[in-house]
Ligand binder design. Structure first.
Ligand code: NAD
Length: 359
């Protein structure tokens, strides 16, 4: 297969984790005879330094020509006081908007080897955690109009609009049902249909879409209940599909209960290519350039890319198995270190995963 990828390393640890991800991509492509064509672009603070803006036109045009984008992280103290309109994070929002990446896939996985890292009681995580939050990313209350602040009756008021069209719900629901088919075939749709009109439409449309997927089991939870169930019994979930606001909160909750920020990948996708793959953590300026970063979230993002952008499920599983294998051998970066384990740096962790990738 011919794979065209654009690497946007970004800032902070973005640079060093991306080197490890590239090593893994090259190894997989060598081993399975895929042609890998990598281009590079600037984003975030690195782009501001060189071009004055966080998402240069050149980056957009390079990305327009590829199947998938692999992104490191953006931001850092150097750009904290910069004009709001060109902050590094604008690069991320801009790229999602440019390619209409409306579905954000955030797996929360607790590897058995890292059970002690979970914030939950051992009896609660005895079944492990392996769920996927599919969050609508480009609509809902974060983008709805009208929005703003004004004076009414002499007082300041501020308002936003939570709005979804049926098409927006339908397309993200389909992403969730498709993803469920590659997992345990269960979708839980999270809303607040007891209070919000927008959630009532959300629920109606999700039920309509479920008719296209008779092999997938659909359930519904109100968002307050879903937040509780996530910490009470995360093993009850397979795929959660929800709106932008609820997904923002639930995906972070699901991530934090695993206890390992450096282990979690994500994907953002639209109807067309390119899709975007990135670790969920930030640029970790406190450890940047010290060979301390955990590259596994980025390497697992490569696995998601192989699966979702290229339908190379076997290759994706081989990368995931290599990560598990390295953890099972007791190797840990500092962020997931525990007693009795062998601490390694970012580069060595990348090398170990490459070695563990077997045919
Ligand atoms: P962060 O995720 O960068 O770091 C939080 C903590 O986790 C830090 O102590 C860091 O050292 C540690 N950490 C994160 N990733 C790690 C890894 N792979 N290996 C080992 N340790 C890791 O979040 P923050 O400190 O709130 O933000 C730092 C910068 O990153 C800010 O400028 C923020 O805006 C930006 N940020 C970017 C993204 C993104 O690019 N998607 C996401 C979140 C934050």
């Amino acid at each position: 297969m011919n794979m065209k990828i654009c690497v946007l390393a970004g800032d902070g640890i973005g640079q060093e984790i991306m080197v490890q991800a590239e090593k893994v991509m090259n190894k997989v492509c060598d081993q399975y005879q895929h042609d890998l064509e990598i281009s590079y672009g600037l984003i975030g603070g690195a782009a501001i330094d060189q071009t004055g803006v966080p998402l240069p036109e050149e980056t957009i045009s390079t990305c327009s020509d590829v199947d998938a984008i692999l992104l490191g992280a953006v931001g850092g103290p150097k750009w904290d006081d910069i004009d709001k309109s060109i902050r590094p994070e604008k690069g991320l929002l801009g790229i999602r908007k440019e390619f209409d990446l409306f579905a954000n896939l955030r797996p929360a996985i607790l590897f058995p080897e890292l059970k002690q890292a979970s914030l939950l009681r051992p009896d609660i995580v005895s079944n492990g955690i392996d769920l996927l939050v599919v969050r609508e990313l480009t609509s809902g209350v974060y983008f709805g109009e009208p929005r703003g602040e004004e004076i009414r009756n002499g007082r300041r008021v501020a308002f936003n609009t939570m709005i979804y069209s049926e098409d927006e719900v339908r397309r993200v629901a389909r992403v969730a049902f498709d993803a469920a088919r590659k997992r345990s075939s269960k979708v839980c749709s999270v809303d607040k249909a007891n209070v919000l009109d927008v959630s009532q439409l959300w629920r109606e449309v999700v039920i309509e879409v479920a008719g296209e997927y008779p092999d997938v089991e659909l359930s519904h939870l109100y968002v307050d209940n879903a937040a509780m169930q996530l910490v009470r019994d995360p093993s009850m979930f397979d795929v959660i599909v929800t709106s932008n606001l609820f997904g923002d909160i639930l995906s972070d909750e699901a991530a934090v209960i695993t206890g390992s920020l450096g282990m979690l990948p994500s994907a953002s996708m639209g109807d067309k290519k390119p899709a975007l793959y990135e670790p969920i953590h930030g640029s970790a300026p406190d450890i940047a350039g010290k060979d301390l970063a955990n590259p596994l979230a980025t390497i697992l993002s490569v696995a998601m890319m192989l699966k979702h952008s290229f339908s190379l499920d076997a290759e994706a599983e081989i990368v995931e198995a290599a990560v598990k294998n390295v953890l099972a051998q007791g190797y840990r970066t500092g962020d997931i270190m525990s007693s009795g384990m062998k601490q390694v740096g970012c580069q060595e962790m990348g090398d170990l995963v490459v070695q563990a990738i077997q045919g």
